[in-house]
Design a protein around this ligand. Sequence first.
Ligand SMILES: Cc1cc2nc3c(=O)[nH]c(=O)nc-3n(C[C@H](O)[C@H](O)[C@H](O)COP(=O)(O)OP(=O)(O)OC[C@H]3O[C@@H](n4cnc5c(N)ncnc54)[C@H](O)[C@@H]3O)c2cc1C
Ligand code: SF4
Ligand code: SF4
Ligand code: SF4
Length: 451
Amino acid sequence: MNYKERYSLNKKRGFKDFSDIKAKYSCHYCGACVVVCPTQCLLPATPGHEKIIWHKERCLCCNLCFKVCPGREVDYHQLNKRMFPPGKNGYQHDSEMGSFLTNYIGYSKWEDIRRRGSSGGVITTLLLYLLEKGEIDGAIVVGFKKEVPWLPETKLYKSRQEIIAASQSKYAIFSHLAILRQIQREQGRFALVALPCQINGLKKMEPYRPRLKEKIAYIFGVFCGYNMVYEATEFVRKKFGIQKEDIKELRYRNGLWPGGMTFYLKDGGKKSIDDFHYHYLNAVFLPHRCRYCGDFFAQYADLSFGDCWLPELYTDKPEENTGWSSIIARTPKGDSLILRAIEGKWIVAREVSKEKVKESFPSMLKYKKRGVFVRMTLHPYSPRLVGIRKPKIPLAEYPYHVLYYMVLLIGGSKIFKWVISLFSLSRLRWAITLFKGIMKHPRDARNKVLK
Ligand SMILES: Cc1cc2nc3c(=O)[nH]c(=O)nc-3n(C[C@H](O)[C@H](O)[C@H](O)COP(=O)(O)OP(=O)(O)OC[C@H]3O[C@@H](n4cnc5c(N)ncnc54)[C@H](O)[C@@H]3O)c2cc1C
Ligand code: SF4
Ligand code: SF4
Ligand code: SF4
């Protein structure tokens, strides 16, 4: 029986396959489908090749990729019920933050790890703690390809040095979860660091791959406002006039907190763009699915981590500032880990209210928690976000969301990319600062800290 015959037969039984996702939904390349596909006819997306390759002649039309795909649907109600059953463990629920036990702000006790990390270096420190205590045998993180040091790649690292080297955020999108195909066969238990959308994929996959639940001892989620296709990295590289073969190392949040994207060159030189200006390239290089993403705080992790932009933690002198992390402990094992790491003096952290955590992100919450509902109504094939109640959006806010959506559509167009390719980085910096002035949220903590 060939694919066409299989498809029409299974269609009658209500089955779908990858063609149905491709045609109507937004893929963010998480790789969940790659892991569950029984015939391995799906190949993962890599940085610069953001596309899942589908060999349909091997497809069984089994429905599995369709079922696990978070680009198609995320059922918050089901996931909440499964992970945070009401009346159990004292979970608190917040419509923006998801379910949680305790919130903290803090940083790594180890000054070098804190400085090297994206925020307070807490993720890396907790991974090292788990490794030292024998609670995990390795960590699934994002490092760089050994022979191609400018290409981010998902790795299973089992040594302290490797985990430290893989700290810091990599602003690129690719099939991070695809490594779980290998993990199913590995001996031991591991911690996984992942983006909210990838955790959505993992959670949807768990009922079909129960071994993964045993293998992944901890899920660390990172807050995620936006991501970028790898073209953004290439854009900056080309603007600097750097040849690939001259790159020794690439870091996305290098130097004084909050850091900036830096290319270290083989001849000893380096070229950097600060975090603030780099992040405005989001509007141009945003993956399609990120426009319709409703999970900012990594709601289904054991622990979620993000930046902390509370102005009272920083001074006006950038050289005096070191990063802090916002930490949300969601599950009992996540909360216990934080408490043990504080007690053992691995991290310094203090408990804060949920309002304090949110204080860092007023404009992000506006964009991601309210704006997403406006953007979804403007696009017919946005993913279905089931079981989250639409918040009250003040009427006066609608024009802002529509305008922002237009900015994203125009920013992502080929013609706009061509236009900005004509400008130098310094001209772009000037334009971005002007744009920030027009679109800025008056209470944006990030803008206060980076003024
Ligand atoms: C694409 C992206 C967007 C983000 N957006 C926001 C935001 O809008 N607001 C906010 O507050 N925080 C955001 N974060 C999270 C923030 O940048 C830090 O990762 C977080 O605060 C943890 O800091 P840390 O110093 O504790 O982590 P570190 O100790 O530096 O460790 C970071 C860990 O994350 C892993 N990692 C890096 N890149 C990725 C990736 N792409 N996918 C999966 N794992 C990865 C690293 O390998 C490392 O293990 C984002 C992170 C990413 C990767
Ligand atoms: S969103 Fe994830 S599961 Fe869905 S098609 Fe894309 S890679 Fe596959
Ligand atoms: S075999 Fe199943 S999981 Fe693989 S692509 Fe076809 S329908 Fe999807
Ligand atoms: S914005 Fe959402 S879809 Fe995009 S990378 Fe972040 S978590 Fe994934």
